[in-house]
Ligand binder design. Structure first.
Ligand SMILES: [Zn+2]
Length: 96
């Protein structure tokens, strides 16, 4: 049985990029786009998501790049599953 009250940290995959060259390993890869967020849950009511961050992960070298939330939301809500990422933006937002 799960907790009835608490803070939950979650990570969901929300989409893929189009095939593109990773700034780190130089392989052509399809980045996995993920959303990390926290949930506050009281009894069975989920109070909402907060502290939301979007990431692109390279499947070859496991580099993690932070995406602007505006872009992450577009990927999450879009009808198209593949998105072209801006390589310069990726290179300047490398986390790991
Ligand atoms: Zn890579």
């Amino acid at each position: 049985m799960g907790k009835n009250f608490g803070e939950y940290n979650r990570l969901n995959k929300v989409g893929n990029s189009v095939p593109m060259v990773c700034p780190k390993c130089k392989n052509e890869v399809t980045f996995h786009i993920s959303k990390a967020y926290s949930n506050l849950k009281v009894i069975f009511l989920t109070m909402g998501e907060y502290d939301i961050n979007y990431f692109a992960t390279c499947p070859e070298c496991a580099s993690v790049y932070k995406l602007p939330n505006s872009l992450g939301e577009k990927i999450e809500n879009g009808s198209c599953e593949e998105f072209e990422l801006n390589l310069q933006m990726l290179a300047s937002n490398k986390l790991i």
